[in-house]
Structures are given as structure tokens and as C-alpha cells.
Write a protein that binds this ligand. Structure first.
Ligand SMILES: Nc1nc2c(ncn2[C@@H]2O[C@H](COP(=O)(O)OP(=O)(O)OP(=O)(O)O)[C@@H](O)[C@H]2O)c(=O)[nH]1
Ligand SMILES: [Mg+2]
Length: 319
């Protein structure tokens, strides 16, 4: 399977990612072997996270951008992240039609998030799927978030560049975007800049530019993120958004910031996974669970301090 994967076979890639996502203990062992074989072949793509409120046009944008990238000879993988596990058949069906052009292209691979609950480790599993895509020769990996909340940070943990799509909404929409997401954005694009909405989209872009000039820049050496307008329907401006992403990527690469970022991400995934495994192992012990619940009770009723309860639990666990 690994030979097929490295040869670029999409079915081998699909089976690989299924194994990486599996919670079956035998698959977990296989997943580790696969990853070790995959690692030397990974790392050579532009990893872009794309986020934005539901309905802003992420999937439509990816479909249009994808065609542009395929025309330029890229091989493109699209992954979606949905930590809320609210994956309904609906959004996946919607994506099948909105990314119809990509779904049938031989140089594209589209992977919706798995339906059903994935418990924890979303960012790590997505990170591993990105590595598998790279080993299969995909040189652009787009990660679309589905849903809101922790998905933005999950995407930040797996991508080189973070593209925020917003709608032509002026001040109101701007208030609705959480400050934290603005601070994560490397490039902002006002989508739906077409038809009647075009003038509003231009004003919205100016508003964002002003707002972002007040936020501490994420890439201090590069200044505030560029704000552009585009239409995922007509395709106008889409290549410009990609140029901004590519420009940012090569800037990060030439200064060494990209390598540092990826190292930091790998360490972050490692620490998070260690914590997850430690917690899972502790919770398998009945006495740990019982003491945990008792202490939680005492903390919530104000009879014991948080730090004291946590230390007591750890001491009992390590003896
Ligand atoms: N006029 C116009 N409509 C657009 C544009 N991009 C997307 N739409 C429409 O907006 C609706 C939502 O588009 P999607 O691509 O599904 O949006 P999304 O952000 O992926 O939505 P979720 O995955 O549900 O979060 C669809 O009806 C699209 O046809 C655009 O550039 N202009
Ligand atoms: Mg979508």
C-alpha cells in the first residue's frame, strides 16, 4: 500500500487516511508504521487552511481555486476538518456538488471529514492526513474547516498559511468575526464580490484593512495581512488571492519561519497527544475515576481548591 501511495495512487491514499483515522487498536499500530514510511516523502507542499463563517463560499472558492491550480500543473488535495462531529450527510453532499469539478479531476483528491464522532486529536489526525497527501505527491493541500469553534485553531496547527474568507457584510459582519480569528489570518479575502454586492465588497475590504491595521500583526516581519476581494462564482480575483498566499508562503520559507512553524506544530501535536494518552490511561483505572469524580464534586461545591484537588489526584495516581 505504501508503494502505491508514494506512486500517487488515490485509492491507496484514501485507504491510508482511513487507517490513520481509525480507532481500532490494530489499525493504530498499522498507522504508526505507515506514518514512519510516509514521513521521508512528506513536507513538500503548500499547506493552506481556509476558514470562514458557514455559507461564505469556502467550498465554491476551493472548487474555483482548484481548477486554477490544476491548470497550472499542480496536484491538489482538499481535506475538511469538523471537530464538532456534526457531520451530516448534507454538508458532504453539498460539497460533492460544489466541488464537482475537483471530484472528477485526476490530479485532485477531495476528502470530506469522517462522519461520526472523532474523539479528540482532530488536529493531529488532520496533520497526519496532510503528510499522507504529500507522500502521494500532492503539492498543494487545502484544509477547509466545517463548523466553528476549535476548528480554526485546529487548522492553524496544520497549515502554513491561514486564509480567512468573509462576506460582503460591512461593519456588522466584522463584529461577528471573533478577534482571535482575525489575529490568525495570513490573508483575508472578501468573497461574493460580484453583481450588486461588488461595491459593498470593496467597502468591506477597506473596513477590514483598517481593522487589521490595528491588530498586532501575526507575521511581524511582513506587516498586516493583505485584504483582497474575489468571486468564487465568476472566478474574478481568485488567482490574486492565490498569489498572495504563494507570496506569503515563499516569504516564510526564505526567512526560515516556515520550518520553525512546522517544527513548532509537530511539537505541539506531540505534547497534545501525550496529554491525551496520559488522560486516557488514567481514566481506565476505576479508582482514578472515582477519586476524580469525588474531587470534582468538592471543587464545584467550593470545599477544595482546584490546584489542591488536582495535586491530590496526581499523587494518588502516581502511588
Ligand atoms: N454570488 C456569489 N455566491 C456565492 C459565491 N461563493 C459561494 N456562493 C454561494 O454561497 C452559497 C454557499 O457556498 P458554499 O461554497 O457551500 O459555502 P461554504 O462556506 O463552503 O459553506 P459551509 O461548508 O456550509 O460552511 C452557495 O449557494 C454558493 O453558490 C460568490 O462568490 N458569489
Ligand atoms: Mg463548505
Amino acid at each position: 500500500m505504501i508503494d502505491d501511495l508514494v506512486a500517487g495512487d488515490r485509492r491507496a491514499l484514501a485507504r491510508t487516511i482511513t487507517t490513520l483515522e481509525s480507532t481500532n487498536p490494530d489499525d493504530r499500530i498499522r498507522a504508526e508504521h505507515i506514518l514512519e514510511a510516509v514521513l521521508p516523502h512528506s513536507g513538500k507542499s503548500i499547506r493552506v487552511g481556509i476558514t470562514g463563517t458557514p455559507g461564505v463560499g469556502k467550498s465554491t472558492f476551493i472548487n474555483k481555486l482548484g481548477q486554477h491550480l490544476l491548470d497550472r500543473g499542480h496536484r491538489l488535495a482538499v481535506l475538511t476538518v469538523d471537530p464538532s462531529s456534526r457531520s451530516t450527510g448534507g454538508s458532504i453532499l453539498g460539497d460533492k456538488t460544489r466541488m464537482a469539478d475537483l471530484a472528477t479531476a485526476t490530479n485532485a483528491y477531495v476528502r470530506p471529514s469522517p462522519s461520526g464522532g472523532r474523539t479528540g486529536g482532530v488536529a493531529l489526525r488532520t496533520h497526519e492526513a496532510v503528510l499522507a497527501c504529500e507522500a502521494a505527491g500532492f503539492d498543494v493541500v487545502l484544509v477547509e474547516t466545517v463548523g466553528v469553534g476549535q476548528s480554526e485553531t485546529a487548522v492553524e496547527d496544520v497549515s502554513d498559511a491561514f486564509l480567512l474568507l468573509v462576506g460582503p457584510g460591512g461593519g456588522d459582519d466584522l463584529q461577528g468575526i471573533k478577534r482571535g480569528i482575525m489575529e490568525l489570518a495570513d490573508v483575508v479575502a472578501v468573497n461574493k464580490a460580484d453583481g450588486d454586492q461588488h461595491p459593498l465588497a470593496l467597502r468591506t475590504a477597506a473596513d477590514y484593512q483598517n481593522a487589521l491595521s490595528l491588530v498586532r500583526p501575526k507575521n511581524t516581519a511582513l506587516g498586516p495581512p493583505p485584504v483582497l476581494t474575489c468571486s468564487a462564482i465568476t472566478g474574478e480575483g481568485v488567482s490574486g488571492v492565490w498569489e498572495a498566499v504563494e507570496h506569503l508562503h515563499s516569504s516564510l520559507e526564505s526567512t526560515g519561519a516556515l520550518q520553525a512553524k512546522r517544527q513548532h506544530q509537530a511539537l505541539h501535536h506531540f505534547e497534545a497527544e501525550v496529554q491525551r494518552l496520559l488522560m486516557a490511561s488514567a481514566h481506565r483505572s476505576g479508582s482514578f475515576r472515582a477519586l476524580h469524580d469525588q474531587l470534582a464534586d468538592e471543587v464545584s461545591s467550593g470545599r477544595r481548591s482546584v490546584a489542591g484537588a488536582a495535586r491530590r489526584l496526581m499523587e494518588a495516581h502516581s502511588h
